[in-house]
Ligand binder design. Structure first.
Ligand code: ZN
Length: 224
């Protein structure tokens, strides 16, 4: 019986990954799901009490993109590295509250915000435990103009497939948010459905998108 469980789990994961990417990133701009505690609120946690790691963003294998696409990917990587290592990002992740108002992510695998932040900052992908301190990306662009899918990936591969149809209109900050969502899957987190916006992949992706957009627009100076 146990032999059934893993393949089935992978199948379910693969399905939900494709699902999550079928929502255009534009939708993430108007959401109010990245809720956090303010420093005067009772459950606020001082970020300084949580250890900070350091992450480098590395493109391991990037294929199928044209010159402009590669420039956009590099801009997104730069934003992701700046934001991920900032105190602002740490504060937002540590003090994130779910839709029930608790300082926790939905579908959190039983882990606290601090533990999820620590796993994120460790840079250890489920499939690549030997690359600590690195967000490793394997990206491949394809073009399906008739599809509603932004891109897809699955739990058993490193590769993230990116649909040019959506990618071409994205700002680097949108790409940063989207890739952060996907990478959060790569470190072992999932969402129950494409509507679970307070899950780690969605919520952390939104936090990244929002901070990256503010940085790119010159409206936010990050601290380290
Ligand atoms: Zn997802």
């Amino acid at each position: 019986m146990t032999k059934w469980i893993l393949p089935l789990a992978l199948l379910v994961s693969a399905a939900s990954y494709a699902d999550c990417m079928s929502q255009p990133m534009e939708g993430s701009e108007s959401h109010d799901n990245a809720k956090v505690f303010d420093s005067h609120e009772r459950n606020y946690r001082e970020p300084a009490l949580t250890e900070t790691g350091h992450l480098s963003v590395k493109g391991m294998q990037i294929t199928g993109f044209d010159k402009n696409g590669l420039i956009k990917i590099q801009s997104a990587f730069n934003l992701m590295e700046s934001v991920s290592n900032s105190l602002e990002f740490k504060d937002r992740v540590i003090n994130f509250k779910n839709d029930k108002g608790q300082r926790a992510f939905a579908s959190n695998n039983g882990l606290t915000n601090e533990q999820i932040y620590a796993i994120y900052m460790s840079g250890k992908e489920t499939l690549q435990q030997n690359t600590p301190g690195e967000m490793n990306f394997f990206l491949k662009q394809y073009n399906r103009w008739w599809s509603k899918v932004i891109g897809y990936t699955s739990a058993d591969v490193n590769l993230i497939n990116v649909n040019y149809k959506f990618f071409k209109n994205y700002r680097p900050s949108d790409v940063a948010g989207n890739l952060t969502h996907e990478w959060t899957h790569k470190i072992g987190f999932d969402h129950a459905s494409a509507a679970e916006h307070d899950s780690a992949p969605y919520a952390i992706g939104y936090i990244m998108d929002e901070l990256a957009e503010a940085v790119a627009a010159g409206k936010l100076e990050l601290h380290y």
